[in-house]
Design a protein around this ligand. Structure first.
Ligand code: UT7
Length: 327
């Protein structure tokens, strides 16, 4: 059944985390918090912190080079770079353009997308449109963040939660039959609702305060909405494809809080052994968390060719979305 159609197929992935791994116990030295609280409430044990002078572009470049190497291709055949970040090196130009330059690429195009923790899902969705419309053959999609730079290190309710890192995948135009057996991205669903913008935001910016600002979050409120939004876009993916949680090989969610991931998996009846968890090692790395988790599960041998994978994220805006793909 179905007809021939272009699919966006993943041909490689890579990731990078800064050298410094900061354990929960280190916060006990300057904040009224504990390793026990952080582990119990979030599942986070450590997060990586960029070195002085190490920027989002540095992290992104490492991840991009690793993905190119993993795919066994050079930058010559990349048509487009889409980089998801909320912590760009500069207000402009786009961090994607800096990465493009460093990779020695001066053809094609590069731009950033900004959907906070849903950034990678929005970037994959955008890339899929370019490929399926025939406007690009190979796209480098990167999620890269240095959230340590926008944290209020005196605020225990936020600074213990986030970390730095980058991950990347390369998508290539392939041919499918238009069925859910196809390789590549099967369906994407993105959403946003700005009425929630004050629940998770940065209190600065070029046009408002002329400062960078710090991350502010009503954690409980975000938590309260998270599972419903995640369920909404995953159900949309099932409706679009006729697939269900039983068909999934892997659930690779945005890594914000293990309790949100567990509650979502439970509600969607996704077996716990199918859930990829990296929040313990990385904390919440915003747009980088999904590609970091993907690369972790690919490199340790869990994700194999032909596996059906659900990606999902929600974050500031609110924004939320899902990508269902066959590896
Ligand atoms: O990336 C997408 C967006 N982000 C998220 O998805 C995050 C969503 N939210 C969460 O993950 C959780 O709401 C948090 C981890 C942020 C907080 O967990 P919670 O179970 O909702 O805790 P809470 O905010 O209700 O705080 C419970 C208590 C409070 O004390 P009182 O008022 O009960 O006396 C907090 O002041 O824990 C206190 N608390 C802390 N205690 C020790 C808050 N942060 C800390 C801390 N260490 N770091």
């Amino acid at each position: 059944m179905g007809s021939r159609m272009i699919r966006s197929v993943v041909i490689g992935c890579g990731s990078y985390t800064p050298k410094k791994a900061m354990k929960n116990a280190e916060f006990e030295e300057f904040l009224d918090t504990s390793d026990e609280w952080i582990v119990q409430r979030t599942g986070i044990e450590q997060r990586h912190i960029a070195a002085k002078g190490e920027t989002t572009a540095d992290l992104a470049e490492h991840a991009a080079r690793a993905a190119l190497e993993n795919a066994g291709i050079g930058v010559d055949s990349i048509d487009l770079i889409i980089l998801a970040t909320s912590t760009p090196d500069n207000t402009f130009p786009a961090t994607a353009v800096e990465v493009q330059h460093r990779l020695g690429m001066n053809h094609g195009a590069a731009f950033d997308t900004q959907a906070v923790c849903s950034g990678f899902v929005f970037a994959m969705t955008t890339a899929d449109q370019y490929i399926r419309s025939g406007h690009a053959k190979r796209i480098l999609v990167i999620g890269a963040e240095t959230f340590s730079r926008i944290l209020d290190w005196k605020d225990r309710t936020t600074c213990v939660l986030f970390g730095d890192g980058a991950g990347a995948v390369i998508l290539e135009a392939g041919e499918g039959k238009g069925s859910s057996e196809d390789e590549g991205i099967l369906t994407c669903h993105i959403r946003s609702d700005g009425s929630h913008k004050d629940k998770l935001y940065v209190d600065g910016g070029p046009s408002s305060t002329q400062t960078t600002g710090y991350l502010r979050m009503e954690g409980k409120e975000v938590f309260r909405h998270a599972v419903g939004m995640i369920t909404d876009v995953i159900t949309a993916a099932y409706d679009a494809t006729g697939l269900s949680s039983e068909d999934l090989d892997w659930f690779i969610p945005h890594q914000a809080n293990k309790r949100i991931i567990d509650a979502s998996a439970k509600k969607l009846k996704i077996a716990s052994q199918k859930v990829v968890i990296t929040v313990n090692m990385h904390g919440n790395t915003s747009a980088a968390s999904i590609p970091l988790a993907i690369d972790t599960a690919v490199k340790d041998g869990r994700v194999k060719k032909g596996d059906l994978i659900m990606l999902e994220a929600m974050g500031g805006g609110f924004t939320w979305g899902s990508v269902l793909l066959r590896w």
